[in-house]
Design a protein around this ligand. Structure first.
Ligand SMILES: Cc1cc2nc3c(=O)[nH]c(=O)nc-3n(C[C@H](O)[C@H](O)[C@H](O)COP(=O)(O)OP(=O)(O)OC[C@H]3O[C@@H](n4cnc5c(N)ncnc54)[C@H](O)[C@@H]3O)c2cc1C
Length: 54
């Protein structure tokens, strides 16, 4: 059995996440991810927000 299924390590650990937009929805995702992250989750992912300038 894959032991990672039973661990607290997040599948997002150490990854790079691209979020389109930095409004309510985009920032809520970022903040909620940070608040739910624990030491056991692994390395916090790099979160980048892409925002279009008008
Ligand atoms: C004047 C005003 C007052 C408001 N007051 C209230 C209030 O008092 N209370 C309340 O609950 N709601 C209020 N709202 C509504 C609230 O702002 C929206 O419901 C909320 O911001 C929607 O969140 P969202 O994440 O969907 O979009 P947004 O917060 O608008 O975020 C969208 C993001 O995507 C980016 N984006 C857009 N197009 C692209 C693209 N093509 N590529 C990359 N990035 C892109 C934008 O730059 C922005 O960062 C108000 C809205 C306005 C306009």
């Amino acid at each position: 059995m894959d032991s990672s299924i039973l661990s607290d390590l997040s599948p997002l650990a150490g990854k790079k996440i691209m979020v389109v937009g930095a409004g309510i929805a985009g920032l809520t995702f970022d903040v909620s991810l940070r608040r739910s992250w624990t030491e056991e989750s692994g390395d916090f992912p790099e979160v980048l927000h892409y925002v279009a300038h008008r």
